[in-house]
Write a protein that binds this ligand. Structure first.
Ligand code: COA
Length: 474
């Protein structure tokens, strides 16, 4: 018995000792910076950009991929966009507003990048691409399924040349019955569950103007790439990153999958359909302008709505400020009326409540409503037109809307980096002309000699064929 006690005490002491050792080691590691360099003493914003030194081989086109690589370029990565000689990204010629100039579709999605033209199906072109693969950290593409492999750039080939390379792809669908399908924005919005839950109950499914399929998936991909680069610091190897547009849309529409599951346990009481006595079907319905959360809201008319399609405000009847709302709209009695005083009591009456609030919002402009309500902490949002956004000075001041100058189209507005890093100022520059940096990249990034350069030029791998196919002009 005594020996047992002794042994227990001994092991307790040993455990304490080992815990102290772990703490000491952790403190030592922390003091040594956890393997990180010493904190920079340079002023904020002058220690380089977040992704400085990262080279991206950008094989993207149209919108989803370019959104991703533009964001990485804003963060400081060197983005080398590979385009087909004489044609380039199809969007250069789509929805053209200025004759002969790259379209806004292209310029607003390809800022801060460099452009090199390479025929990826030409033997010499393949040679150049292999060199780029060796040189770059990330390859990003959003071709139709199989197109990259058909160019000879299989994951196996890429990894043989450069095992550290991250290979990132946007596809319409993940593995499964639709994986071989080509997909554009609205296809993804429909397949990802957004369209069936957008619009009004008595109307057809609706797509949204926000490009959640393309730009939304591009954003997802950017996070995947940065994570893979971070993991590479430990493992030393790259990996595949795949974002399917259907998955990206579903991720953004997850509250509607939440509602789908809630339906099994009864009606969705915060949907105005419930207050109107209309039974729910088997799937999450379209909810018009109902709020997607627990605080009911709706879009209400403001002064001038008869002539201005955007004279509206989104009004949220947030519970903590219900009393202030009642006073504001001239219904102080609702504060104590059992039919209106509590959130559950209000749910079946939302239509009537919003109609009453609208009588008040219609007496003021949306900006007056905004000011009045914000002073009382009532959350509201004016419906801003794109014209108003383009002219909004505060968005210019933060660099969210940026004006850049372009050699063939002149000045244009673009959306800068919506993600603000305090030590990495965004690098927002105009989009490149087709092949503008071909020479520069071949010489300075890939180190080709003058003789080799002349050979490449003569081979036809970086120039348009005799009769260049025309880019589709819209
Ligand atoms: N040199 C030579 N050929 C090139 C080239 C280059 N530099 N760049 C591209 N090409 C070729 C490709 O190899 C491919 O040829 P292949 O089909 O003979 O192998 C061809 O150009 C076109 O590629 P593809 O991606 O099929 O373009 P598309 O215009 O037919 O389809 C999409 C466009 C967007 C529908 C399709 O790319 C797609 O589904 N992408 C994935 C999902 C996506 O991102 N969709 C949203 C786009 S915003």
């Amino acid at each position: 018995m005594a020996t047992k006690k002794k042994a227990k005490a001994k092991s307790k002491v040993a455990a304490k000792k080992s815990a102290r050792k772990v703490v000491k080691l952790a403190a030592k590691k922390l003091a040594a910076g956890n393997g990180l360099p010493r904190p920079s003493s340079k002023p904020w914003g002058q220690a380089g950009r977040a992704l400085e030194g990262v080279k991206i081989l950008d094989f993207t086109h149209v919108q989803s991929g370019p959104t991703c690589t533009q964001l990485l370029a804003y963060m400081g990565a060197d983005v080398i966009k590979v385009e087909r000689p004489g044609i380039g990204d199809i969007t250069r010629g789509q929805l053209r507003d200025v004759k002969g100039a790259d379209s806004l579709y292209f310029t607003m999605l390809n800022g801060s990048k460099r452009s090199i033209t390479i025929d990826s199906k030409h033997a010499k072109g393949k040679e150049i691409l292999d060199r780029l693969v060796r040189e770059c950290d990330v390859l990003v593409e959003n071709f139709a399924p199989g197109a990259l492999d058909r160019m000879g750039l299989t994951f196996e080939h890429i990894h043989k040349l450069n095992p550290r390379m991250v290979v990132a792809s946007v596809k319409g669908f993940g593995p499964g019955p639709y994986e071989d399908c080509k997909v554009y924005e609205n296809v993804a919005q429909c397949a990802g569950g957004s369209a069936s839950t957008t619009g009004f109950r008595d109307g057809p499914p609706l797509v949204t103007g926000a490009q959640i399929g393309d730009s939304g998936t591009g954003l997802h991909l950017a996070l995947g790439i940065v994570s893979a680069l971070y993991q590479r610091i430990r493992t030393g190897r790259g990996q595949k990153v795949l974002c399917a547009m259907q998955d990206g849309v579903l991720n953004l529409a997850r509250v509607k999958l939440r509602d789908q599951q809630r339906l099994a346990h009864g009606p969705l009481t915060e949907y105005s359909q419930h207050g109107e006595g209309i039974p729910f079907g088997k799937a999450t319905p379209r909810a018009g302008n109902d709020s997607g959360g627990g605080q009911p809201g709706w879009i209400l008319k403001c002064k001038g709505w008869e002539n201005d399609p955007d004279a509206y405000i989104y009004f949220i009847t947030q519970a903590p400020v219900w009393g202030a709302i009642c006073d504001l709209i001239g219904k102080p009695e609702w504060k104590t009326d059992a039919d209106y005083a509590t959130p559950p009591a209000r749910l079946p009456r939302l239509r009537h409540i919003f109609d009453t609030i609208e009588q008040w919002t219609m007496t003021m402009t949306k900006f007056e409503v905004m000011e009045t309500c914000n002073n009382l902490d009532i959350p509201v949002g004016p419906i801003l037109s794109m014209k108003e956004i383009a002219e909004e000075q505060s968005l210019r001041a933060t660099g969210t809307v940026v004006e850049v100058d372009h050699p063939t189209r002149g000045k244009y507005l673009t959306v800068g980096n919506p993600i603000k890093l305090s030590d990495s100022p965004a690098d927002v520059r105009r989009s490149p002309l087709l092949g503008e940096h071909t020479d520069e990249i071949l010489r300075k990034v890939l180190g080709y000699s003058e003789k080799e350069l002349a050979e490449i030029k003569a081979s036809g791998a970086i120039t348009a064929p005799e009769k260049p196919a025309k880019a589709e002009a819209a």
